[in-house]
Design a protein around this ligand. Structure first.
Ligand SMILES: C[S@@+](CC[C@H](N)C(=O)[O-])C[C@H]1O[C@@H](n2cnc3c(N)ncnc32)[C@H](O)[C@@H]1O
Length: 274
């Protein structure tokens, strides 16, 4: 076990993940193969890396030092204009926030046109979304961002200390593994006004059915859940009909209400549970 975890961590693209997360993925994927056989070991290692690539590193654009140096500049910046520029640079470091960075104001306007301004926001599989919060259009709220990236969680925590002073919102970054059976218990207690589940259904439903997304939407202690999906295919072709029929059927079956809107590259469901 130790050898395979070390071998995975040797790859730069996985080095910001926590050891215990890699261990749990190795455990999940392991199917009584004989790992003392070199060839079998190599195939198994490839399987683990493939999984981590498809669910994690495919979204990472910049190396760690770039994100850390942007954060450092934010801490030292005295100019509002420079801070905006640094936020956009940070959003550029993750593929999901990069695609959305020119549209954040529009996205947040459309969401908060339909629901009340929240005091408590949960963001599951947040990536670098915390850095979009200055574009949300209001202040004085608490934000909890949860993701598997150990180092990015630390980065978010540093940012959410600075944000109190700069933009009057507070919060926390928390490491989580959505493939862990008990991951919902890691969510801080109490009710949230809104939960973001941006482009996370494909990760949650990696195993091919939609059970995990359904379980999350049902169980998360939030009045509203905002679920987004890409509107481009993996080969970057615009989808003719990006609406997810399975999701709409699921929401109706659960007797929740929803609103739908699209922006460039992404469609959103505003799901109201009450
Ligand atoms: C498509 S990105 C979406 C990021 C963010 N929600 C956004 O839209 O800006 C998927 C996110 O899932 C996270 N992820 C991958 N595996 C995970 C796991 N096992 N547990 C929690 N998050 C995970 C990745 O680190 C990545 O940030």
């Amino acid at each position: 076990m130790k050898k395979i975890v070390d071998d995975v961590l040797k790859s730069k693209k996985f080095s910001r993940l926590g050891k215990s997360y890699i261990e749990s993925i190795v455990d999940d994927i392991y199917d009584s193969e004989n790992l003392s056989n070199k060839k079998v070991y190599k195939i198994f290692l490839k399987k683990v890396k493939e999984f981590l690539h498809k669910t994690y590193s495919v979204y990472q654009i910049s190396n760690a030092s770039k994100k850390d140096s942007i954060m450092e500049s934010m801490i030292n910046s005295k100019s509002d204009a420079e801070l905006v520029k640094l936020h956009l640079e940070m959003l550029h470091c993750h593929s999901s926030t990069r695609e959305r960075k020119e549209f954040y104001e529009e996205v947040y306007e459309k969401i908060f046109d339909k629901i009340k301004k929240p005091k408590r926001i949960l963001d599951m599989g947040c990536g670098l979304n915390a850095f979009s919060l200055p574009f949300i259009g209001f202040e004085n709220f608490e934000y909890i961002g949860m993701d598997v990236g150990k180092e990015d969680t630390k980065l978010i925590n540093s940012y959410l200390k600075l944000s109190k002073k700069l933009y009057n919102f507070v919060g926390k970054g928390i490491e989580v593994n959505v493939f862990d059976d008990n991951y919902l218990k890691k969510i801080p207690r109490g009710k949230f006004d809104v939960c973001f589940l941006f482009k996370m259904a494909d990760v949650l439903d990696y195993n091919g059915n939609h059970k995990n997304t359904e379980e999350f939407v049902k169980k998360v202690n939030s009045k509203n859940v905002i679920v987004s999906f890409p509107t481009r295919t993996i080969s970057n072709r615009k989808m003719n009909n990006p609406r997810r029929k399975w999701f709409e059927l699921m929401v109706r079956r659960l007797k929740y209400k929803f609103n739908y809107f699209e922006v460039e590259n992404e469609c959103f469901y505003i799901v109201k549970k009450i």
